[in-house]
Design a binder for this molecule. Structure first.
Ligand SMILES: NC(=O)c1ccc[n+]([C@@H]2O[C@H](COP(=O)([O-])OP(=O)(O)OC[C@H]3O[C@@H](n4cnc5c(N)ncnc54)[C@H](O)[C@@H]3O)[C@@H](O)[C@H]2O)c1
Length: 338
């Protein structure tokens, strides 16, 4: 995988891993000692785009930071442990990635994580709103359909809300869709691009296979099976790990891809497109993932849904009730928080 990290990129909607551009970004990972946090931090440490890597967690960060700091790349790694060191970890950060939170166990939905993770995300994003209000905030912690509204409400409460800088990381859904389609069609997965829109839980995950490049066709029954597999791919991993957590390595890859795309765009690279769950006017849901053109200040342009097949339109309309309920749950949580 590491060779891909230094490969030039040619296409948009795609692997930010390859930019040779130098940057001096300070990136913080909150939850850096976890199953996602550690491999994600490794990938960030390996990037020429990152000059400072701040690793924050409530456990084990001195060890993770010491370990990563011996890698012969230029990013300076610093570990921060416990709430009293959180403000310092965020100082001068341009990008903050948040994988802190509990993962699913078999039989759980992402919404079952709400009670624990809502508090963790609200606490961490309150610190971001105070100490790095201009940073790009990338939330991995689930349920993403609620943790993005939570982050937005926290930033609003602090009077520093900028919807162009708050991202729900759904990249793993795109990564999975690309991989599964490539497998079925005998294609190189690195050349497949499928936008995945909507949200990041079950039926709210909507792959737009009609917009796949290269163009692919499936009979309706196969299309429905494939769509279902993409929607439940996280559960596939949760079951296979049998109680030991959810996707970590593929999520670290996807999180790094998203951060590198963002850094490339912040660095002035043109035509960088990624899907992300954000504040949106594209549908009746106030937050929705669609392909976004990224730029120096975050979201430059929402590229919208494009032309949907009748099947995809049905999936979008069927996702609305769940999406709106998860969003409201997140918003209400912050409103009721002291
Ligand atoms: N967006 C996605 O596509 C996606 C994919 C997979 C997992 N996830 C989510 O990512 C989250 C993390 O998953 P994981 O497998 O890395 O879990 P994990 O339990 O392995 O790691 C979580 C880390 O968060 C830390 N943490 C807990 N509370 C914290 C706090 N208040 N401040 C800072 N750090 C804190 C823990 O100490 C731990 O190191 C989960 O919510 C999971 O559901 C999202």
């Amino acid at each position: 995988m590491l060779s891909r990290l230094s490969r030039p990129v040619s296409a948009v909607l795609r692997r930010g891993f390859g930019s040779s551009a130098q940057n001096n970004a300070r990136v913080a990972v909150l939850g850096a000692s976890g199953g996602i946090g550690q491999p994600l931090s490794l990938l960030l440490k390996n990037s020429p785009l990152v000059s400072n890597l701040a690793l924050y967690d409530i456990a084990h960060t001195p060890g993770v930071a010491a370990d990563l700091s011996h890698i012969e790349t230029r990013a300076k790694v610093t570990g921060y442990l416990g709430p009293e060191q959180l403000p310092e970890s965020l100082k001068n950060c341009e990008v903050v990635v948040i994988p802190a939170g509990v993962p699913r166990k078999p039989g759980m939905t992402r919404d079952d994580l709400f009670n624990t993770n809502a508090t963790i995300v609200a606490t961490l994003t309150e610190a971001c709103a105070k100490h790095c209000p201009e940073a790009m905030i990338c939330i991995i912690a689930n349920p993403v359909n609620s943790t993005i509204p939570i982050t937005s409400e926290v930033f609003k409460k602090h009077g520093v809300y900028n919807p162009n800088r708050i991202f729900g990381v759904t990249t793993l859904d795109i990564v999975r869709a690309n991989t599964f389609i490539a497998e079925l069609k005998g294609l190189d997965p690195a050349r497949v691009n499928v936008p995945v829109v909507g949200g990041h839980a079950g039926k709210t995950i909507i792959p737009l296979i009609s917009q796949c490049t290269p163009k692919v066709e499936f009979p309706q029954d196969q299309l429905e099976t494939l769509t279902g597999r993409i929607q439940e791919a996280g559960t596939e991993v949760v079951k296979a790990k049998a109680g030991a957590g959810s996707a970590t390595l593929s999520m670290a890859y996807a999180g790094a891809r998203f951060v590198f795309s963002l850094l490339d765009a912040m660095n002035g690279k043109e035509g960088v497109i990624e899907c992300s769950f954000i504040r949106s006017e594209e549908t009746e849901s106030p937050y929705f993932s669609t392909p976004l053109l990224l730029g120096k200040n975050g979201i430059e342009k929402n590229l919208g849904l494009g032309k949907l097949s009748a099947y995809e339109e049905k999936l979008v309309s069927e996702a609305m009730a769940e999406l709106k309920a998860s969003i409201k749950k997140g918003e209400d949580f912050v409103k009721s928080r002291k």
